[in-house]
Design a protein. Structure first.
Length: 711
């Protein structure tokens, strides 16, 4: 019997490991000291710094729940966050950006009143403090909230000062806030202003020279902590003394040169970025950014909570184990983090261990993670590739087996091929990893893809981001040409058209939000057949065959026009099309009219009629075995697939749309037999030829809204 290579289907085996949440004998009390939380309340910000990784939009769209949950905390989210923070035994709370946290005044005030941390830092660009009177009112309100606390805390507004911020803000907030604190709050040691600037950035000194002559700026220490109880490193710590005697702590940070699209062939640049990453990890995080080191010797967890509710330990997020405070309470988050060998091992063994194991199969990926250098998302970047995720997970299990930290009775419930992989030696495991034909290209195409996304992917391939063979690159180019109607011959012809747009898309992918079950709204699928072709008229079976002699009939063109009007009048938000040429063409023509995101996906192909493809319909329908296939839906058409296989892959595709995207009205351009079979599988009615069928999915159930023929 052929041996199964688990690396041909990495997502499946990773999911299986995650399902067995008692595999690891983890120590739940490992880091039960005071925790640290860095939270982003919003993605919105009007400052518009050119380097901003978040590409923060400046405007909120009102009354759109989905938009709200994707881009900033709802009221419910704030309540959930406060519970999470207090249950996590938070010691140090940093309310941070990107996104300007001070846009979320209510959230800040609630946290000041109710989060039981003993240190609270409010990071800001100061965009709200442009007008001194309004800034003073804002700070007074914060001070009132601070005084309503039941537990003691030290609260600091940490104002970020940089050349970039000053392009728009012109230094005004800095001047206003220094004056307000000097006038009103300088005697309260627990409610303070702090300034933060960057190496090689003179904006602060220039401002001080202009507005506060006679100041003194003295360095206190290198790599000193911002706090007495929780070690939070400031690379350079200064004290600013104004002529009035008012003293302000100033921290200077390193510049990280974050870059979503580094050129991995530029060895010199890569070496520099790696050095910056490594220095920070060693000096600021002691090789483990998921842990906060407390001065009482009891370590805690270092959490990050994003404005969309996603939560993980710092630098330790992985896309197939997303957790979200809207859905998961503190204990769920902790247990899911600890029971996943991938995330637990980082807390347990730190960054060097993680890098060493990944380097066994892909040193390039480690280099890429360091060069991208968006430290919050180091884990996301490192484990972008499902195959690496699975390899790493197995290696961790192997190491924990040696340490007797694996429940072997749980392990024995795994399928044989997975147990064999875990029990194999390093050489065999690596050999299977490299032998597997599955690559990040197949991973990319396992979800619907549009031409822009595939272009982005090819650009990253061109920059050397992935281990991908020349054959696969050619395959990707061919597919790109097909779905985009282009004609490029090599990867060198891939040109970036807009840095900003590409980076926004990459950022969005990196910050993908966990889908929340409780917010599930109905979704409508408009399943529509492609326009009639000459093969239909000639009664020849096309199935999944691609030939160049297929064209739309006059009737087919009219059908496509009708279809475009139908889709437009139903406010469809996106089109997902089968990736066969007659549906691709139909979808393109429709989309010329309605212009919505257009994706292509092989799960929406028509029935694979195998050996009968290219032959006449009569010969197919009169075949005795085929007649049986239409009675028993499990029977596979010779060389093709069974009707149940068709239905199952098509429904898988619809599941993916629901789980991956936030659309509630989508069109799927597909094929007659596929649509008709889906319809009869839902209604239980006899098969009949239809051109379109509208489905409503709600509460785990499909309902047929309408169906029929174009004319
Ligand atoms: S102030 Fe911060 S969040 Fe706003 S644009 Fe600049 S870097 Fe981005």
């Amino acid at each position: 019997m052929k041996k199964v290579n688990i690396f041909e289907n990495p997502e499946f085996y990773r999911k299986m490991i995650l399902k067995y949440n008692s595999l690891l004998k983890y120590d739940i009390d490992k880091c039960n000291g005071k925790s640290l939380i860095c939270v982003f309340f919003t993605s919105y910000c009007g400052v518009g710094c050119p380097f901003c990784f978040f590409h923060s939009p400046s405007l909120k769209k009102e009354n759109n729940l989905l938009e709200e949950l994707e881009n900033h905390f709802s009221r419910d989210g704030i309540e959930k966050f406060i519970s999470f923070a207090n249950e996590s035994n938070v010691g140090y709370l940093q309310i941070s950006g990107g996104g300007e946290p001070f846009l979320e005044k209510n959230a800040i005030i609630e946290c000041l009143k109710r989060v039981e941390a003993d240190r609270i830092i409010l990071v800001t660009s100061g965009s709200w403090a442009f007008d001194k009177v309004k800034a003073e009112e804002y700070i007074d309100d914060l001070y009132d909230a601070f005084n309503e606390r039941k537990s003691k805390a030290r609260v600091t507004i940490r104002l970020s000062v940089s050349d970039y911020h000053n392009i728009k803000l012109k230094g005004k907030p800095v001047v206003n806030l220094i004056k307000i604190f000097d006038d009103k709050y300088k005697n309260d040691k627990n409610f303070t202003l702090q300034l933060k600037t960057f190496e090689n950035d003179n904006s602060l000194v220039n401002l001080l020279n202009e507005y506060f002559p006679g100041f003194k700026l003295n360095i206190v220490e290198d790599n000193g902590s911002d706090d007495f109880n929780h070690i939070k490193i400031m690379p350079w710590k200064y004290v600013l003394t104004l002529k009035s005697g008012f003293k302000i702590i100033v921290g200077k940070s390193r510049i990280f040169n974050s870059n979503l699209r580094p050129n991995l062939y530029d060895k010199e640049e890569i070496r520099k970025s790696e050095k910056i990453y490594d220095t920070d990890l060693e000096l600021s995080q002691k090789n483990n950014s998921s842990i906060v080191y407390n001065s009482n010797g009891i370590n805690g967890i270092d959490w990050i909570v994003e404005y969309n509710g996603n939560v993980c330990t710092w630098q330790n997020r992985v896309q197939d184990n997303l957790l979200n405070i809207y859905e998961d309470n503190y204990n769920d988050v902790l247990r899911n983090t600890y029971s996943d060998p991938l995330t637990y091992s980082y807390i347990d063994k730190g960054a060097k261990y993680r890098e060493k194991i990944v380097s066994e199969v892909s040193p390039k990926t480690v280099s890429l993670m360091k060069s991208v250098n968006i430290r919050d998302y180091a884990g996301t970047q490192l484990f972008l590739d499902e195959k690496i995720r699975l390899y790493y997970t197995i290696r961790v299990i192997q190491d924990y087996l040696l340490e007797d930290k694996i429940n072997t009775d749980v392990l024995n419930e795994f399928p044989k091929e997975l147990i064999n992989a875990i029990k194999s030696n390093l050489k065999e495991l690596k050999c299977n990893y490299f032998k597997s034909n599955y690559s990040i290209l197949e991973q990319e195409l396992s979800i619907p893809v549009n031409a822009l996304e595939l272009h982005d992917f090819l650009e990253l391939v061109k920059l050397g981001h992935f281990e991908i063979s020349d054959d696969k690159v050619q395959k990707a180019i061919k597919y790109y040409n097909f779905i985009s109607n282009s004609n490029i011959n090599s990867i060198d012809e891939i040109k970036c058209s807009s840095d900003l747009e590409i980076e926004k898309r990459l950022t969005k992918r990196m910050m993908e939000r966990k889908k929340i079950k409780s917010e599930e709204a109905p979704i409508y699928y408009y399943l529509c057949r492609h326009g009639e072709t000459n093969w239909n008229v000639e009664k020849r079976i096309k199935g999944q065959l691609e030939t160049i002699d297929t064209e739309f009939t006059e009737r087919g063109i009219k059908q496509i026009e009708t279809l475009a009007t139908f889709i437009e009048s139903n406010n469809v938000q996106a089109i997902f099309s089968s990736d066969l040429s007659r549906t691709v063409e139909t979808a393109r023509i429709v989309n010329n009219k309605i212009n919505v995101p257009l994706y292509f996906y092989n799960k929406f192909r028509g029935l694979n009629m195998g050996d009968f493809q290219g032959k006449s319909i009569d010969c197919f329908l009169n075949d005795d075995y085929v007649k049986e296939c239409f009675k028993d839906y499990n029977l596979v058409i010779p060389g093709g697939e069974s009707i149940n296989q068709l239905i199952s892959r098509f429904k898988d595709g619809m599941d993916i749309i629901r789980n991956k995207y936030n659309y509630d009205r989508v069109s799927i351009i597909s094929h007659g037999a596929a649509i008709s079979n889906i319809k009869s599988s839902i209604s239980g009615d006899k098969y009949e030829n239809i051109d379109y069928c509208v489905l409503k999915y709600y509460n785990n159930n499909y309902e047929i809204v309408e169906y029929g023929n174009y004319n």
